[in-house]
Each structure stands twice: as structure tokens, then as C-alpha cells.
Design a protein. Structure first.
Length: 407
């Protein structure tokens, strides 16, 4: 009995060794096929590569063909990539996707559609949602292709075609519907994403905000953002900026404090666009003190810096507001770490001379303050620039007083 077991073990080991040896041999041969084809393509001997691959047939795996196909993509050779694609008798999903994406990248949507139709002939590759999504996104960039876009969307959404509605697809069609102002359908796609806790990228949340504002208004939009926050979905300032813009556009200024309070709760740090929307929005309505107070609030919420445009808006808020003067302008900027450099000096002087409601005495006092403040490195070219571009050029008396003060 023991001898029999020993022989069985020997046979099993030999049999296993034979199988492994056969597998290694097969892999080595297939790797050899792949290596030869790859070398032909790298050397741009395409006709030899195609002849060789036709003789090899499906001895190479779909994965290996996909690698060769991507090599053509890297080389930007669409024509020969199509030839290679057509040689392989059994392309898989990955090959189809690679080919469609490459064709769309170079604007060959007709050929891409041909590949999609070929895919749908096989039960193994039929109705790949990712390929259809790529096609929809590409065509939607051109408004003249509107009918084709919605034809594809309707095809995918038809229950008879058994597509799985992935978050990526729903994201794509929500954007398309929004672009063509088909808000109800866009909201349906968004509701589907929210129901299934789908993948909510930055842009998806932005679409949600845009659609909700247009369909359900401010309260429901804030409610949805609060739901997303409760699900630990990171919210971004860009999404709140859309709501802020909506508030100014529809004169809903009383909602802004509520929105800023929610931003603070959600740990969303305002950015330059937040500052720009608020400061400029209040300035246009003559609410200069509110603009300044709001800027102070934004800094307390974590706003780090302002770009040149926003510094200009802030300076205008401070100068125009009757409760503030240039000293307050400089103090506010310095308190938040801004150097009163040439650009800031120019902005202050340019606005002082052009706002129209400041008298000569005020303008001269501003120049005097900037020129004689020990904490400011005054740039005399600023006053010359102001002379060239402002009303000081037409007012000899004013220009004499400015020169006497600082030149």
C-alpha cells in the first residue's frame, strides 16, 4: 500500500511538472509572438507587423493586442491602429474602449460609431456603458450634434437595451441636459445619483447645485448640500460660489449670511472667486461697508490672499465708503499681510482720482499719506502714472499740489 502511494506521489509530481512545463512553454511562445510584433511596431515596420499578426491570429491574447493597440495610440497613428484592431478576430471590451477613445481623441467619430456597432454584434461586448458615455461626452461638445447626442442617450436609457446606469454615465447626461436647459431630465439623473449614493465628484456636485437652483430654488439647494456634507462628501468653495452668484443675480442678499455660516460649518475655506463675487457684488450696489465687513469675515474663515483684481475691489470699497479713509485702507491691507507695494499704491491713487466723489483736498491728503508714511516705500512713478490716466491731467492746480506734496 505504501509503495502504491509513493508511486502515486511520483506520478502526481511528474504530471504537475509536465503541466507546468507545458504552461511555461506556451507562455514563452506567446511572449515570443508578442515581442516580435512589438519590435516591428517600434521600428515602424507596420506592413511586416500586420503580416506577422495575421499569421499568428488569436495566438496572442486580447490583453497583448490591447498593449500593441495602445502603442499605436502613443505614436498617434490612428490609421494603423484601426488596421490592427480589424486584424484581431475576437476583440474584447478593453480593445473596443481603447479604439473608441483613440478615434474620438482625433475627431473621427464616424469610425468610432462603426466600432461601437461592431461591439454590439457580440453578446460578450454588447452595450458597454463606458464606450457609450465616451461617445456622448465627445458629441455633446458640439451643439450641432445635439440630435445625435440625445439619440444615444435615449438608446442607453431604454430599458429594453439592458444598460446598467453607472454614476459616470449619470454624471455625463446630467451635464448634457443642463447644457441644453432640459432641467427636469437633468434633475432626474441627479436624483438617481443621490438615491444610489453614486460617485459624486467635484463637477457632479456643481451640476447638482446649478440644477437645484434653477428648479427648486435656494432652500432646497442648501438642504441638498447639507445632506451631502452629512454623508462626509467634501464640499468645495466653487460650489458655494455658484450659490453666491445666484443670490446676487436674484437680489437674495439676505441669504448670504446663512450661506457663509454653512460654509464655516462645512469647513469650506473661501477662495479668490468667493471674495470677488462678494466684494464686487456689494460694491455694485453701493454697499461698501458691507463689502469691507464681509472681507473681514472671509479672512476669519481662512481666506489667505487676494489677487490683484480683488485688492482693487477692496480698495474701492474702503475709499468709497464715507466711514473709511486711506489710513483705514492701508491698515486693513497691512493687517491681513498685504504689502503696500507699487501696484497697491497705484490702485489707491487711481481710484482716488477717478471715483468722482472725492474733492481735491481728499486726493492730496491721500498722496501725502502714502508719500510720507515711514512704513510705506513710496514709488513716485505712481503719481506720474496717475497724472497720465486720471483727471489730475486736466486740473493744473491739483497736479501742482500733488507734485509739491511728494515729488
Amino acid at each position: 500500500m505504501l509503495r502504491f502511494l509513493d508511486r502515486t506521489r511520483v506520478f502526481s509530481h511528474r504530471h504537475a511538472g509536465s503541466i507546468i512545463s507545458s504552461l511555461v512553454s506556451t507562455i514563452t511562445v506567446r511572449h515570443g509572438y508578442f515581442r516580435i510584433a512589438h519590435e516591428h511596431i517600434n521600428n515602424k515596420n507596420y506592413s511586416e507587423a500586420f503580416s506577422y499578426l495575421e499569421s499568428v491570429g488569436d495566438k496572442l491574447s486580447p490583453k497583448e493586442y490591447t498593449v500593441l493597440l495602445r502603442r499605436f495610440c502613443d505614436l498617434g497613428n490612428t490609421k494603423d491602429a484601426l488596421t490592427l484592431y480589424n486584424i484581431y478576430p475576437r476583440p474584447n471590451i478593453i480593445m473596443h474602449r481603447t479604439m473608441v477613445q483613440m478615434l474620438l481623441r482625433v475627431g473621427l467619430e464616424k469610425q468610432a460609431m462603426t466600432v461601437i456597432k461592431e461591439m454590439n454584434k457580440s453578446s460578450e461586448t454588447k452595450n458597454d456603458i463606458n464606450v457609450f458615455t465616451s461617445m456622448i461626452v465627445y458629441l455633446s461638445r458640439n451643439k450641432s450634434r445635439k440630435d445625435e447626442v440625445f439619440e444615444l442617450i435615449d438608446f442607453v436609457r431604454d430599458p429594453k437595451n439592458n444598460f446598467e446606469m453607472t454614476p459616470v454615465f449619470l454624471n455625463a447626461i446630467a451635464k448634457v441636459y443642463l447644457r441644453y436647459n432640459r432641467l427636469d431630465e437633468s434633475k432626474q439623473a441627479i436624483d438617481k445619483i443621490l438615491e444610489n449614493d453614486g460617485e459624486l465628484g467635484e463637477y457632479t456636485v456643481s451640476y447638482i447645485v446649478e440644477v437645484m437652483l434653477k428648479t427648486d430654488g435656494f432652500p432646497e439647494t442648501i438642504n441638498v448640500l447639507q445632506q451631502l456634507h452629512s454623508k462626509q462628501i467634501k464640499l468645495l468653495p466653487s460650489q458655494f460660489n455658484i450659490v453666491l452668484h445666484h443670490c446676487f443675480r436674484h437680489e437674495m442678499l439676505d441669504k448670504i449670511p446663512e450661506l457663509l455660516s454653512f460654509m464655516l460649518t462645512a469647513n469650506v475655506i473661501p477662495d479668490d472667486f468667493t471674495a470677488s463675487t462678494l466684494i464686487q457684488g456689494y460694491n455694485r450696489r453701493g454697499m461698501y461697508k458691507t463689502a469691507i465687513d464681509t472681507y473681514v469675515k472671509l479672512v476669519s474663515m481662512g481666506l489667505k490672499t487676494l489677487d490683484a483684481k480683488n485688492i482693487r475691489n477692496l480698495v474701492r470699497s474702503v475709499l468709497t465708503n464715507e466711514d473709511y479713509d486711506v489710513e483705514n485702507t492701508v491698515k486693513i491691507l497691512q493687517d491681513f499681510g498685504y504689502k503696500i507695494d507699487r501696484d497697491v499704491q497705484y490702485t489707491i491713487l487711481y481710484d482716488a482720482c477717478n471715483l468722482g466723489n472725492l474733492g481735491n483736498e481728499k486726493i492730496v491728503s491721500i498722496v501725502d499719506y502714502l508719500a510720507n508714511n515711514p512704513d510705506i516705500e513710496f514709488d513716485q512713478d505712481c503719481t506720474r502714472t496717475v497724472y497720465e490716466y486720471t483727471k489730475a491731467k486736466d486740473d493744473d492746480e491739483l497736479w501742482k499740489r500733488i507734485k509739491k506734496t511728494c515729488l
